[in-house]
Design a protein around this ligand. Structure first.
Ligand code: DHB
Ligand code: FE
Length: 285
C-alpha cells in the first residue's frame, strides 16, 4: 500500500523560475508572489514524500509539436532539464522511479487509459517551475524522485476535464495498490486564467480563478463538468491548463484539508495560483 499524503496545485509561469534563478524574488514586483508561497513551502519541507508524481504539459520543448500524446508517462531513470532557448535552467535534473512508473502504466492501461511511454524526456518550465515553487533551494537534487505524467493542453482537442478527473481517480487506485509502504505527493500544474496570444492576449478572469480555487477542494465534480470550450471561454486559451489540477484532485480522497491557498495577479500575463491539500484527514479520522 502506498498513500498519497498531499496534493499541490500550482501555476508554472516561466518567469517565476526566471525570477528565482536571477535572484529577483525580493524585488517589489515579485515579493508578494513569493511571500504567498511561503506557508506552503514551509509545510512541504516538513512533509517530504518518498516519491512524487507531477502532472504537467510540455510546451513543444521536450516533445515535437507534431506528435503530441493526449496522456503520457515518463518511465526513465532521469529526466534532463530542457533548453527552452536560453540554456538549461541551473536546477537539478530530475531523478525518476521506473518501477513505480511501470506499475502506474500497467494499472492505468488496464483501466482503459492508454498512456504513451517516454523512456527519454527533457522537462520544460511546465515541470521545473512547479518543482521550484515546491523547493526553492534544491541544492544538488530535488527532495525525492519525481514521475512525469504529461497531458496535452496545447493541441485541439485537449482531453476533457471529466476525463482528466477520471484519470486522477484511476491514478489514485494505482498508487494505493503499489506494494511497499511508501508516501506519495502529487502535483497538478498549469493555469490559472491566461491567454498568451490572439485578440484576448492578456485575458485574466479573477472571479473564475477564485471559484476554481475553492471548488478544486470542495466540489471538483463541478469543475469536471466544464466543457473544453467553456474552460477556454472562462479561463483563456492557455487557462485550459487547469484540467491538470483535476488529475491531481482525482487522485486525492473526497475529503481533504486545505493547508494553504495563494493567488497573485499577474505573473507575466498570467494569474498565478497555488492550493495545497493534506490528504491524510480521511485516513486518520
Ligand atoms: C507563460 C507561459 C506558460 O506556459 C504559462 O502557463 C503561463 C505563462 C508565459 O510565457 O508568460
Ligand atoms: Fe503553460
Amino acid at each position: 500500500m502506498s498513500d498519497v499524503i498531499w496534493g499541490l496545485a500550482t501555476s508554472h509561469v516561466p518567469s517565476i523560475g526566471a525570477a528565482m534563478d536571477r535572484g529577483m524574488t525580493d524585488q517589489p514586483v515579485w515579493a508578494p508572489l513569493f511571500e504567498g508561497y511561503q506557508p506552503a513551502r514551509d509545510w512541504l519541507a516538513q512533509n517530504i514524500p518518498d516519491v512524487a508524481i507531477l502532472v504537467y504539459n510540455d510546451h513543444a520543448n521536450g516533445v515535437d509539436p507534431d506528435i503530441v500524446p493526449t496522456f503520457a508517462i515518463g518511465a526513465a531513470e532521469r529526466y534532463r532539464v530542457a533548453d527552452e532557448g536560453f540554456g538549461r535552467r541551473a536546477v537539478p535534473d530530475v531523478v525518476g522511479d521506473p518501477d513505480l512508473s511501470f506499475h502506474l502504466l500497467h494499472n492505468l492501461v488496464d483501466e482503459g487509459f492508454d498512456l504513451t511511454i517516454f523512456q527519454e524526456l527533457d522537462v520544460d518550465h511546465g515541470f521545473t517551475v512547479p518543482l521550484s515553487v515546491w523547493t526553492p533551494d534544491p541544492g544538488d537534487a530535488w527532495p525525492c524522485p519525481v514521475i512525469p505524467i504529461m497531458v496535452n493542453v496545447i493541441r485541439y482537442p485537449q482531453p476533457t476535464a471529466a476525463r482528466c478527473y477520471e484519470l486522477g481517480k484511476a491514478l489514485g487506485r494505482a498508487i494505493a495498490s503499489y506494494q511497499g509502504a511508501r508516501t506519495v505527493g502529487i502535483l497538478g500544474t498549469g493555469g490559472m486564467s491566461h491567454q498568451l496570444a490572439g485578440s484576448r492576449a492578456g485575458f485574466i478572469n479573477v472571479d473564475f480563478d477564485l471559484m476554481f480555487l475553492e471548488s478544486i477542494e470542495k466540489d471538483p465534480e463541478k469543475l469536471a463538468s466544464l466543457s473544453r470550450e467553456e474552460l477556454i471561454r472562462q479561463a483563456g486559451s492557455e487557462g485550459i491548463e487547469l484540467i491538470m489540477w483535476l488529475v491531481m484532485r482525482g487522485a486525492l480522497s473526497e475529503q481533504v484539508a486545505n493547508v494553504h491557498t495563494a493567488y497573485h495577479v499577474p505573473a507575466s500575463n498570467t494569474a498565478a495560483g497555488l492550493a495545497l491539500f493534506d490528504n491524510r484527514v480521511a485516513q486518520t479520522d
